[in-house]
Write a protein that binds this ligand. Structure first.
Ligand code: NAP
Length: 306
């Protein structure tokens, strides 16, 4: 089986040994005649010219396997007719759980309130986790794992997703109940993909539904949030803190007001990475399924965009 590594070349040394070990029967190449490839392993940033990839000449390809969970940069490519699968990887899930738990705990414990300025501030007993309401927007592979971990820590967690499909005994509110999901969210974590249905979801109107002083943690996608509306909500105190890993423009420009805002934490799209050691076996499994004509794992629904 001939497979094109259609990902930025800086990832080659990291990925190639793991992919070859997981799938020794594969001939993995960085270049070649498009019509000769049985599958593509894809990541944004390919081709490095910045042009959108033209999938038309890959006439034999039975699978385009994304190394990323988010597929918004490729799902709308009109030349892509081959099946597209997104990445669901235990390492990615574990990384995202750690990121979200860390920032949730910082917000929950009010750690930013303890300035090292000689003032002894102990006016309130902070609530324990069961008294803290957390809402997770998007309860798929990543949001579901985060919601379960927060629940295991004792937080009062509810999810929200298009379908409202339950996650292991946890309430998941359906799409129509967005207002209820936001109204309870002292801490709001978003792991929604970038689709037409999620773009600009958090604007002045929906931000106003949050409890006063709520924390927003967004490692999903930057298009979720109308940035000026978030800045206004922060300045009013409606939002107490925003931890943002993803942005409409990445890298976030140096002059962007988020950088200097005292209650915004900017992390540079590092919440969770796909780890070759854990993801390569998943890629191998899907390559074998594609070659055998068996159902593919984590097939993207083009109409929904995720
Ligand atoms: P996933 O398994 O496809 O889950 C997506 C979730 O979002 C599902 O629960 C889905 O609802 C829900 N959803 C989608 N559109 C919706 C809408 N319009 N209204 C309500 N709910 C909606 O995706 P995943 O693997 O968890 O990944 C989620 C996102 O995380 C990725 O798309 C990517 O943008 C982001 N991500 C970020 C990083 C980082 O480092 N910052 C790393 C990896 C991924 P249903 O369950 O009802 O379908």
């Amino acid at each position: 089986m001939r497979v094109l590594f259609a990902a930025p070349s800086k990832g080659w040394d990291n990925w190639a040994p793991h992919l070859r070990a997981a799938c020794p029967e594969m001939e993995l190449l960085q270049d070649g005649e498009p019509g000769s490839f049985d599958a593509l392993i894809y990541a944004p940033g390919y081709p490095e010219s910045g042009e959108p990839l033209d999938f038309t000449p890959f006439t034999r390809a039975r699978l385009v396997q994304s190394l990323w969970a988010g597929v918004e940069r490729i799902v709308g490519n009109p030349t892509l007719t081959q099946p597209l699968c997104r990445m669901v990887d235990p390492g990615l899930q574990a990384g995202m759980v750690e990121y979200c738990l860390g920032w949730t705990m910082r917000a929950h414990l009010g750690m930013d309130g303890y300035a090292q300025d000689g003032v002894w501030r102990n006016p309130i007993v902070p609530p324990l986790a069961p008294e803290r309401r957390v809402t997770v927007l998007g309860t798929g592979a990543l949001g579901g794992a985060v919601a379960r971990a927060l629940k295991a820590m004792g937080f009062d967690v509810a999810g929200w997703s298009a379908s409202g499909r339950a996650v292991e005994g946890m309430e998941v509110l359906p799409g129509a109940d967005l207002h209820a999901a936001l109204a309870r969210a002292e801490i709001l974590v978003s792991l929604l993909p970038d689709t037409p249905g999620t773009r600009d979801l958090l604007d002045a109107g929906t931000l106003a539904l949050l409890p006063s002083g709520a924390t927003i943690i967004n490692p999903g996608r930057g298009t979720l949030i109308v940035e000026d509306d978030l800045l206004a909500a922060l300045d009013r105190g409606q939002v107490g803190m925003a931890v943002l890993d993803v942005f409409r423009t990445e890298p976030l420009p140096p002059e962007h007001p988020f950088w200097a805002h005292p209650r915004v934490v900017v992390t540079p799209h590092i919440a969770a990475d796909t780890r070759p050691s854990t993801a390569a076996p998943i890629v191998a499994e899907n390559l074998r399924r594609a070659m055998d004509g068996r159902p593919l794992l984590h097939l993207v629904d083009r109409a929904r965009g995720y």
